[in-house]
Design a protein around this ligand. Structure first.
Ligand code: HEC
Ligand SMILES: [Cu+2]
Length: 355
């Protein structure tokens, strides 16, 4: 939707937190205006009131005032705390992804945005989303740092090579909104933009079905895992497998050789594929070869999506992401059944028995 105000000072407010960001911004402006006017007025007032009325006049001595000092310390303290709190609340809301968001993968590349939906549809420099739905972007880049910026949603996040960054938003308005790269990334940086199309839920469903989906990320990941990259030769499941158990891995705590415990998030899975020797799971030999240079960012996304789909219960593993026709690994894990259950009786089935 194009901005309809006469002087388009601000982009549309089209996400749930757009008004909050604007409110904080106007609050800051109001405070600045208030103090600017107040200070300038005081300068003039005192300049006139206390001007030297005769030459070589000596002013009265001043011995300070507790009341004045206390007041002008406490009021600014309260004001700055309201700014801090407002900023912190909005920040935490924006950068804590809701677990139930619709997941979309974004790969930045000089100079385009490559986007894939969890149902398989791909787009470039365009992002179609349904209105009133929480959208979670998992982002990375093939080359330099980019920055995903949708002004109408009042949110942006750096997209950094070698790791995942996240962003979420919920659009409140049907329309077409600008998408930018907000980090100078080379010659055609200014052209690295596009549009976010916010559609009604029905229109979005129609859009999805009207676009050939190809493989979903989960299916593509499964294909890579079982056929193209041969991961399954070590991670086939069952007690005989040489690799660590991947079912239930996502969002679990992994014990590493050396005693460290880490959380198996997307970043951990990604690192396990690219630098397996850097984080070896306790009880295993570092025999897994690195796949660095053999997989593209999009293939990595697919592998991560597939491995996440093996943990259907874990928060953030987006059950909707395991699209129909992408069953989790077929082999029931015998190792899990053989091993005595861990001490905690209420251990979720997701707990990794190899640890
Ligand atoms: C030669 C056998 C072998 C191959 C091939 C192999 N892995 Fe592994 N993998 C292992 C072993 C052994 C471990 C445990 C030791 C470690 O962390 O390096 C492991 C660990 C992992 C982990 C961490 C598991 C955990 O419980 O924390 C992930 C994720 C993983 N592999 C994914 C993959 C993917 C994806 C592929 C294919 C691209 C693959 N592996 C190919 C042997 C293999
Ligand atoms: Cu860029």
């Amino acid at each position: 939707m194009q901005n309809t105000s006469w002087v388009p000072l601000f982009p549309d407010q089209a996400s749930t937190f757009a008004w909050q960001v604007d409110a904080l911004y106007f609050y800051l402006i109001a405070i600045s205006v208030f103090f600017t006017v107040g200070i300038v007025a005081a300068v003039f007032f005192f300049a006139i009131k206390y001007r030297a009325k005769e030459k070589y006049e000596t002013p009265d001595e001043i011995h300070g005032s507790m009341v004045l000092e206390t007041v002008w310390s406490i009021i600014p303290f309260i004001i700055s705390m309201t700014i801090f709190l407002g900023g912190a609340i909005i920040y935490f809301q924006q950068y804590t992804s809701p677990p139930e968001g619709m997941e979309i993968y974004v790969v930045g590349k000089q100079w385009m945005w490559k986007i894939q939906h969890e149902t398989g549809q791909r787009e470039i420099n365009e992002l179609h989303i349904p209105v009133g739905t929480k959208i979670k972007l998992t982002m990375t880049t093939e080359d330099v740092i980019h920055d995903f910026f949708v002004p109408a949603f009042r949110t942006k996040a750096d997209v950094v090579p070698g790791r995942y960054t996240y962003m979420w938003f919920e659009a409140t308005e049907v329309g077409k909104f600008h998408l930018f790269c907000a980090e100078y990334c080379g010659l055609n940086h200014s052209g690295m933009g596009g549009w976010v199309y916010v559609m009604s839920k029905d229109d979005f469903e129609q859009w999805l079905s009207g676009n050939t989906a190809g493989q979903t990320p989960v299916e593509a990941g499964k294909d890579l895992f079982q056929n193209k990259l041969g991961c399954a030769s070590c991670h086939a499941g069952g007690p005989q497998q040489r690799g660590a158990k991947l079912e239930g891995l996502f969002n679990s705590d992994v014990k590493l050789v050396g005693g460290q415990t880490v959380k198996a998030d997307e970043q951990y899975i990604r690192n396990s594929i690219l630098n397996p020797a850097s984080q070896v799971v306790e009880g295993f030999q570092p025999i897994m070869p690195t796949f660095k240079g053999q997989v593209t960012e999009e293939q990595l996304n697919a592998l991560v999506a597939y491995i996440k789909s093996l943990s259907p219960g874990a928060a953030g593993s987006s059950p909707g992401g395991a699209a129909p026709g992408a069953p989790a690994m077929t082999n029931t894990n015998a190792a899990a059944a053989n091993k005595p259950a861990p001490a905690k009786p209420a251990a979720k089935p997701a707990a990794n028995s190899n640890k």
